[in-house]
Design a protein around this ligand. Structure first.
Ligand code: CTP
Length: 403
């Protein structure tokens, strides 16, 4: 589990977004973390300590004078031996307190008394967020090495639309996991393609394949957690964008090629995970093809799509290129042959039809040193291992020369 053994303190301040912290608590505890909840008085108006106690499985603390703590110093007792303190939601008032070091309740006291990283997840009305005083305070938090997550933009509980919504619980959860991952790819800019492309036949029909995009998205998440700046170019993928990753959606192979070429300048590592449709229909009909009694089915003529990975690898100064190959058999032979054909330093092969849409995967790495099978693992754990493997090769000044 991603947060096994981690000791977290989750602080709630007054705001309607407190309901999101209930879900956040579930995600954190399910990932193996011990979550100690502390609330301000105002937070208890929005969600009850009973709810938070039930979800965290521990007593909730609100006051700095609490006889349940042996030495009656909860601000010290609760802030020690923590791996991180997370304030979610963090109100404008609480952010102002943190910026000035005010300690007038338990949560602000223990935040100032902490000896661990502090993450703040703002949630407030968009005008409150834009207010110069709030912006000054947030800048001060960043200057003090406090990690500020969000806020999000969108419809707010007050009915106004703007910046100030608390990040969704899953995004906060992912950011917390990222905090604990080794930062092996800091400073690296990574471009990843993922998912299936789609080639239209007519306005309602087309050709695609069974790739879900899970492996590409898991890699994007793992790379971002390792400190890289990651941009995803996704085909037909119904998955949420991983935290801190930027994303662009495309449909056809040609669109994916164009998007990759437009984004490639300055990229250090290119990972082609997309299942790109090899051919497209030569003449896409502009109207729906109709059946006619006694007529044969319409013939389809294909032309080949550009090979995105091989084109990136053939650039004058290519980034470090990683390919994925889903084979239906003979992986050992086909994988190395494909790596050489595409002229890439690393190709990750799997038996695609067995893994499409599944959470687990089993791969073999092909590089100039030979082939290395990796043990079967769920796609997210495997993605972390692959990020390690890529980081070792890229940062170990791996000089690639084929033949
Ligand atoms: N790829 C690509 N552009 C294409 C086809 C494939 O960028 N038009 C990339 C994939 O993203 C993947 C790698 O090339 O990283 C291997 O994809 P695969 O479909 O296995 O290779 P193909 O060249 O299409 O070979 P095959 O004939 O086996 O389908």
């Amino acid at each position: 589990m991603d947060l096994s053994g981690k000791q977290l303190l989750l602080g709630l301040t007054g705001g309607i977004a407190c309901y999101k912290s209930a879900e956040l608590t579930r995600l954190l505890t399910q990932a193996g973390a011990t979550v100690q909840i502390t609330m301000t008085e105002a937070a208890t108006k929005f969600i009850t300590p009973v709810t938070m106690q039930a979800l965290s499985g521990r007593p909730v603390y609100i006051s700095q004078f609490d006889a349940r703590i042996d030495n009656n110093m909860p601000h010290i007792d609760l802030s020690r031996c923590k791996d991180a303190i997370v304030i979610a939601p963090a109100s404008a008032d609480f952010i102002a307190k943190l910026a000035t070091g005010l300690c007038d309740d338990l949560l602000s006291m223990l935040s100032v008394a902490r000896d661990c990283p502090l993450l703040v997840v703002p949630a407030m009305n968009c005008q409150m967020w834009q207010n110069p005083a709030t912006q000054r305070n947030v800048a001060q938090l960043r200057a003090d090495d406090i990690i500020v997550l969000g806020p999000d933009t969108g419809l707010q509980a007050c009915g106004e639309i703007g910046n100030g919504r608390m990040l969704e619980p899953k995004a906060v959860y992912e950011a917390i996991i990222a905090l604990f991952q080794p930062k092996k790819l800091v400073g690296q800019r990574i471009l990843i393609t993922a998912g299936a492309t789609f080639e239209p036949i007519d306005p309602v029909r087309g050709i695609t394949n069974r790739s879900s995009g899970k492996m590409g998205f898991a890699l994007a998440r793992a790379a971002a957690q390792a400190g890289a700046r990651v941009h995803l170019i996704a085909g037909l993928v119904g998955l949420a964008t991983p935290w801190s990753v930027t994303r662009e959606n495309v449909q056809t192979a040609q669109q994916m090629y164009d998007a990759v070429m437009a984004a490639i300048a300055g990229i250090d590592i290119f990972i082609g995970v997309a299942a790109v449709t090899d051919w497209r229909v030569a003449q896409v009909s502009d109207h729906k093809l109709k059946k006619a009694a006694g007529q044969p089915p319409p013939p389809l003529h294909f032309v080949e799509n550009p090979d995105i990975l091989a084109s990136v690898a053939a650039l004058p100064t290519p980034p470090y290129c990683v390919g994925f190959a889903a084979e239906s058999g003979e992986l050992g032979i086909n994988g190395e042959a494909k790596r050489r054909r595409k002229n890439v330093p690393l190709l990750i092969g799997n038996l695609g039809p067995k893994t499409f849409g599944k959470d687990g995967n089993e791969v073999i790495l092909f590089d100039e040193a030979g082939s290395t099978p990796l043990p079967r693992a769920d796609k997210q754990s495997l993605a972390r291992t692959l990020v390690d493997e890529i980081a070792q090769r890229v940062l170990g000044n791996f000089l690639y020369k084929l033949g």
